[in-house]
Design a protein around this ligand. Structure first.
Ligand code: MOS
Length: 750
């Protein structure tokens, strides 16, 4: 057995600040407008850049009216493939798995609609906008390939950011042959774009070979390294400031072409340059979720136990890179079947390269899997919850490993009880409300992995007993400042108002990637360790000082709390941090910590957040309008650092699930390949009226293996289970199974 993880020093404990439902530290800044986002920066000499983007999806730019654009008052520079200086790193060469091939005006080819084809720099935003319009590009068009039918299929070497494309266990054909009942489910999911509230924006300024970039980013350390490579300067010459991020959803976890172009423009003109993408420019060069076609086959024996489970996905990707939505991987780790087969096929079309979007793979795959499970339950004549209870795995089906912890049964039980699932009629179209609306109940299992990245943090305890915690964490609306600050206060054994938490800048210790729902786990462990390290040093000083009431207690014999060290065996004997440091004549004590996966634990255990989502929908029997009237999710996510924020993350994820089930879809014109709804009027997302009641229950769970603090992720798990639960509720209301997401009125008209 891998040992249970704990920090060697026991002189600080989680639980004073961590675990409390603190409100967001940055809330007042946000609501008063005092929080500074990237585009709010206006350094002296600032110039404004505007992208000109391709109006076709495939072909070549043959002409741009540089004379007209250049003659427009205020236009300073027009950057095109003809005058774009070389970069130190070829943008077609991949550096790492989250570095996608980008468009930085390397040539005149057009590979998707919305691709940058020029950048116009001017003294005002208006002049740059008009300059870009005056370019009036002409094209040599080639036939566009934007559908699965027109795509070029290929077998990907990897899916998502580097996962194996295939999992085969046992003998699928034999498992299907021996089944008493089999089902086959085909589901399509659409193109989705991240659509964070804050579009990608940056202000770039060079001073000689030193670069400062204000931009929202989910991983400033990675972005700094990538920029250093593209511009051939040491990473230490680059400062990225990202104090607030107006939503990322994965698109701000990668370095995108427009960012590199704006940095290049600032270098060319020798002045600071701001580039803020317009909403429609978010539908192209900054990633999206590819469309999928999924095919699942399930076999069940007489008792309703799975004998076979297969999940095949075909997902669109670009012509020039290879991110394939790893939807089939969502079927790896939940349900036990002796025979499993999961595969992926890539489908090259004329779009930008997809990337990670809110539960990449888990969202799309879980939506299809939970629909398939519902169909299988129906085929077996079983209640959908009973069917899942009969089939959920006690050990990870993909690896055979034990789960580091698993409270899925409790999630099912607590969610079902809260929702009132008992007594649900088995057959569809059995329930109507007082106004005659068809009413249906459905459910889905939620699951998300618990990745950890590599994070570092530095704690400085000051002579006055206050402290500074530094780590380049990403506050993107999820509450990282608050939750990580709570961990920092406990790590130092001080009250949270005595802590200054410095984040969001690449010159701080690297907090790793705020993605994969692993930020609190990764950065949190680094922060706690850094605080703990400082207090260990303080304890050494105090326990060795004959003048201290703690003298002789031994380092592990003292506990820090509210800025005082106490003897573990006699709480009445204590001394303030400030007094210990004053007597020792020390101005500050520094502690350092890191956070990363313990490889031995990962070797032995499979690590996931689990949950169960229950949905009620009402469907107008005449108009077929669908409303999700109730959502109840129950989630076991290890130690909850801040129940208020965790609930907010989980309900937010469930609302993404509503959007997935009923709203979100980008539609391309098949003739031009252009997205036809590249705005928030046409790209539908749920609003308050679409979500009358969304509840997330936090199911108690203690995971001693996932990391030293027992933290799992809460960011993305809420979307899983939810889309399927809603589709299953729609079936229960109407008797119609979803064949594609989002489910629309016309799919329910007979
Ligand atoms: Mo998330 S798609 O890992 O930012």
């Amino acid at each position: 057995m891998a040992e249970t993880l704990a920090f060697p020093a026991s002189h600080v404990r989680l639980g004073s600040s961590a675990g409390q439902p603190a409100t967001r530290h940055d809330g007042p800044l946000k609501v008063t407008g005092a929080a500074t986002f990237a585009a709010d920066n206006r350094p002296d000499g600032l110039l404004y850049a505007v992208l000109a983007t391709a109006g076709i999806a495939r072909g070549r730019v043959t002409f741009m009216d540089l004379a007209a654009a250049g003659a427009h008052p205020g236009v300073v520079r027009i950057i095109t493939p003809a005058n774009r200086p070389p970069l130190a790193h070829d943008p077609a060469e991949k550096m790492h798995r989250l570095n996608f091939r980008i468009e930085v005006l390397q040539d005149d080819t057009v590979r998707y609609a919305g691709q940058p084809i020029a950048l116009v720099v001017a003294t005002t935003l208006e002049a740059a906008t008009e300059g870009a319009r005056l370019l009036a590009p002409q094209y040599a068009n080639e036939p566009v390939r934007i559908t699965f039918e027109d795509s070029e299929m290929f077998a990907p070497e990897a899916v998502g950011p580097g996962a194996p494309p295939t999992l085969v266990k046992g003998d699928l054909a034999a498992g299907l042959a021996e089944a008493a009942t089999t089902t086959e489910t085909r589901i399509e999911t659409p193109f989705q774009y991240h659509n964070a509230m804050e579009p990608h924006a940056l202000v770039a300024a060079w001073d000689g070979d030193h670069l400062t970039v204000d931009m929202p980013h989910q991983a400033v350390g990675v972005a700094r390294a990538d920029l250093a490579a593209y511009f051939g300067v040491p990473a230490d010459n680059i400062l990225i400031r990202s104090p607030f991020i107006g939503g990322g959803f994965g698109s701000k976890a990668i370095l995108v072409g427009p960012t590199v172009l704006a940095v290049l423009a600032a270098q060319m003109v020798g002045q600071p340059v701001k580039l803020a993408l317009r909403r429609e420019q978010m539908f192209g060069p900054v990633g999206h979720r590819g469309a999928t076609r999924q095919h699942l086959r399930l076999g069940m024996d007489d008792a309703g136990h799975l004998t076979a489970l297969s999940h095949d996905t075909t997902a669109t990707t670009s012509r020039f890179d290879d991110f394939v939505e790893p939807a089939s991987n969502a079927s790896h780790n939940i349900y036990a079947s002796p025979n499993m087969a999961m595969h992926h096929t890539g489908a090259r079309i004329d779009t930008g390269t997809p990337g990670p979007v809110r539960g990449p793979g888990e969202a799309t795959g879980s939506a299809a899997l939970e629909c398939a499970m519902d169909e299988a339950a129906e085929a077996c004549g079983m209640d959908p919850l009973a069917f899942r209870l009969a089939n959920y795995a006690e050990t990870d089906p993909a690896t055979g490993k034990a789960f580091s912890s698993k409270a899925l049964r409790e999630c099912y039980a607590e969610g079902a009880a809260r929702f009132g699932w008992a007594g649900r009629p088995l057959r569809p179209r059995q329930m109507r409300d007082a106004s005659g609306m068809l009413t249906g109940w459905g459910m889905g299992t939620a699951m998300f992995p618990c990745p950890m990245f590599n994070a570092a943090a530095r704690a400085t305890l000051r002579a006055d007993g206050t402290a500074l915690m530094e780590s380049s964490a990403a506050e993107m609306g999820q509450g990282a400042l608050t939750a990580l600050g709570q961990i920092g206060a406990d790590g130092l054994g001080i009250d949270s108002d005595a802590l200054t938490f410095s984040t969001g800048s690449s010159d701080l210790p690297d907090a790793g990637i705020a993605g994969g729902s692993g930020h609190t786990a990764t950065a949190g462990n680094a922060i706690f360790a850094a605080g703990s390290d400082a207090i260990r040093k303080l304890a050494d000083i105090a326990t060795a000082d004959p003048a201290s009431p703690l003298f002789g207690a031994g380092n592990a014999g003292v506990v820090g709390r509210s800025g005082r060290l106490h003897r573990a065996d006699d709480d009445s004997r204590s001394e303030a941090y400030a007094d210990i440091m004053a007597r020792a004549g020390i101005a500050s004590i520094e502690g350092n910590g890191t956070g990363a996966r313990n490889p031995a634990s990962a070797e032995e255990y499979a690590m996931f957040t689990h949950g169960a989502v229950f949905a009620e929908v009402k469907v107008d029997p005449d108009l077929c309008q669908i409303l999700v009237t109730r959502l109840v999710g129950a989630f076991a996510a290890g130690r909850i650092i801040n129940p208020r924020l965790a609930r907010s993350q989980l309900t937010g994820g469930m609302i993404w699930g509503i959007g997935f089930a009923l709203h979100e879809e980008a539609v391309h014109d098949p003739r031009t390949g252009r997205p036809m709804n590249a705005d928030l009027a046409g790209y539908h997302i749920p609003v308050n009226a679409d979500c009358p009641s969304v509840e997330a229950l936090l199911v108690a769970e203690d995971d001693p293996h996932v990391n030293a603090l027992g933290i799992k992720g809460v960011g993305e798990v809420g979307i899983t289970g939810t889309a399927g639960a809603i589709a299953n509720a729609v079936w229960h209301a109407t008797g119609i199974r979803a064949a594609r997401f989002p489910i629309r009125i016309e799919h329910l008209i007979g």
